[in-house]
Design a protein around this ligand. Structure first.
Ligand code: MSP
Length: 553
């Protein structure tokens, strides 16, 4: 039975990237997957908004700027530009790019702080514990590994240091029960094995209150008031006269950063449309899932409810009011040719270098190189699993799937149209297709299933190639059966149009070239065309060029 189609707007976000180092494949991967989802939902007629950006505060960034003897702002301006340039170079169609050093974000976060104070979620206390600057997070001893010399490190081998500081705390502990209820009864976190990890974490640990301010460095958003609501800053964001050094705290970088998802909407007046009335989808790497699935929903509940109101709150209330995101999807990590990517090995996968390699070694256009890299990254591993980046696997996959299957089909059919019918494609009739409608509106990328989406395309190409072998249009021509030849090619053309329309999210550039070549009206390039009865007037085509060049040295 056909499920009812959900038409609410969709808000897709990527993590905001730390600007202490150059853009890396991890970020390009998440932004790519978000871009594909965004294009997919748009093609399905949904209203969408897609946000990415940069995370520019915190001690790690301050230290990186100092190491280059640069002022922090100057440093982050240069670095943020590199992230934006990368997103543009990859032709990611984001609607907004948020930077946490922008006034629109700072003002919003300070407003959030006040709200948390007002709702009685903040108190001042003293913290002592192991801090990891690289992760900008505290760890308890049982989460760390002990080295031979008595020092500790995180499970990923990062350094931690003992810290004791006065700071403001957020009453995170109060949220343990409701968070556990949310995770146990909804699909808020996916994939499900990640959800199970968070459930186990919430069940087996007592959730401690969270330190949400820092006083030992200054590169961050100033707290606007203390836990009693006493004002600390001026309207121009300076500390008020007479404020003592120990009162001057900046907001913990994760509290600051997480609210980018709302500050960006608020600044353009779109919180109502893309938060309160939308499906909010956060894509994150597995390493930052806890921040997004424990801290983030707790913060979101805390700005809506006073401390005293929490006990009465049910999961149904939270869902009904769209307080927390619809989905946090945690993806896996890439290794490079079988090895973990690390600074010390210097084996980062560099997006620009990979595209240059494809372009120069195989003599293909840069646009096509980008599409090939996108296709490979999106389909090499199941979204949610870890995967290995390998150049030879990339070449094999592109040649087998795009070149031999899809490309070969296009080439054969279009060349026959060109040769036998002077390139006249004529008018194409497309039928109602309830099965395809169901797949596109409820399955595949609606469920983050990129591989089934790819298979949908590849299966169409395989079927079309099979039909071609069976009908052997080259024989029809020899026998002078021109009418039958045309009928056969028209059947193939329906496959081609479907494939090209479906390919748009994965290979936007090649798909667009093909759609232009076939002269398909821009208004008819969406998925609705594929499942509702209609006719397409196609162009007279020129000689087809190889749209999917083989990767051959
Ligand atoms: N600034 C925080 C996120 C704040 S969101 C409110 C952050 N930034 S990051 O730049 O360090 O990481 C961004 C993303 O890159 C994370 O989702 C992380 O999982 C991802 N990756 C980093 N290396 C990766 C791979 N090798 N493979 C796949 N993704 C990885 O964390």
């Amino acid at each position: 039975m056909k499920e009812k189609q959900d038409l609410s707007p969709i808000y897709i976000t990527t993590p905001i990237y730390y600007v202490n180092s150059e853009p890396h494949i991890g970020g390009v991967y998440t932004t790519l997957m978000a871009d594909i989802l965004n294009r997919f939902h748009k093609l399905n007629g949904r209203s969408t908004r897609f946000l990415t950006g940069t995370d520019e505060h915190g001690q790690k960034i301050q230290q990186s700027a100092e190491a280059r003897t640069m002022a922090e702002q100057e440093f982050v301006d240069i670095m943020a530009q590199k992230f934006r340039a990368m997103a543009d170079y990859m032709d990611f169609k984001y609607d907004d790019f948020i930077r946490t050093t922008e006034p629109r974000h700072r003002i919003f976060v300070q407003h959030i702080w006040r709200k948390l104070v007002e709702n009685d979620w903040i108190y001042k206390g003293k913290y002592s514990g192991w801090y990891c600057v690289s992760d900008e997070a505290y760890y308890s001893e049982d989460e760390l590994l002990k080295n031979g010399d008595g020092s500790y490190e995180t499970s990923l081998g990062k350094k931690v240091e003992w810290r004791e500081e006065e700071s403001y705390f957020f009453r995170l502990g109060e949220f343990q029960k409701i968070l556990l209820d949310i995770c146990s009864t909804t699909d808020f976190i996916q994939p499900s094995h990640r959800n199970n990890e968070i459930i186990a974490f919430l069940r087996d640990n007592s959730l401690r209150d969270l330190s949400i301010s820092r006083n030992t460095f200054s590169w961050g958003i100033k707290i606007p008031c203390d836990a009693n609501g006493k004002e600390l800053i001026s309207s121009t964001d300076e500390w008020l006269d007479g404020i003592e050094p120990e009162e001057k705290h900046v907001i913990y970088v994760w509290l600051d950063a997480l609210f980018n998802y709302q500050s960006a909407l608020d600044s353009v007046g779109k919180l109502e449309e893309f938060w309160n009335s939308a499906k909010v989808i956060h894509l994150v790497g597995k390493d930052i899932l806890r921040f997004h699935s424990v801290y983030w929903p707790a913060f979101l509940m805390a700005i809506k409810f006073k401390k005293g109101e929490l006990k009465k709150l049910t999961v149904a209330d939270i869902l009904k009011k769209n307080i927390i995101p619809h989905r946090v999807f945690a993806h896996g990590w890439w290794t490079n040719e079988g090895r973990k990517i690390s600074k010390s090995l210097g084996n980062a996968i560099e997006t620009y270098a990979e595209i240059r390699w494809l372009r120069d070694d195989f003599n293909i256009r840069e646009e096509i190189a980008k599409d090939y890299l996108k296709y490979y990254l999106a389909t090499e591993m199941r979204f949610g699993n870890d995967g290995d980046y390998s150049r030879s696997a990339l070449v094999d996959r592109i040649n087998a799937e795009l070149v031999n299957n899809v490309g070969n089909l296009m080439q054969r059919v279009l060349a026959m149209f060109y040769k036998n019918f002077d390139g006249e494609l004529g008018v194409l009739e497309l039928d109602t297709n309830i099965e395809l409608e169901e797949i596109l509106t409820n399955k595949t990328l609606n469920n983050f299933d990129f591989l089934t989406y790819r298979d949908l395309i590849l299966d169409l190409a395989t079927e079309a190639n099979g039909y071609m072998e069976q009908q052997a249009p080259w024989n029809l021509k020899k026998l002078g059966k021109i009418g039958e030849l045309r009928d056969c090619l028209m059947v193939e053309l329906v496959y081609i149009v479907k494939i090209v329309i479906l390919l748009q999210p994965l290979c936007p550039c090649v798909a667009e070239e093909l759609l232009n070549y076939l002269n398909i009206n821009p208004q008819r390039r969406n998925f609705i065309t594929l499942y509702t009865k209609n006719t397409l007037n196609l162009a007279k085509i020129g000689e087809p060029k190889p749209f999917f060049p083989r990767l051959m040295k």
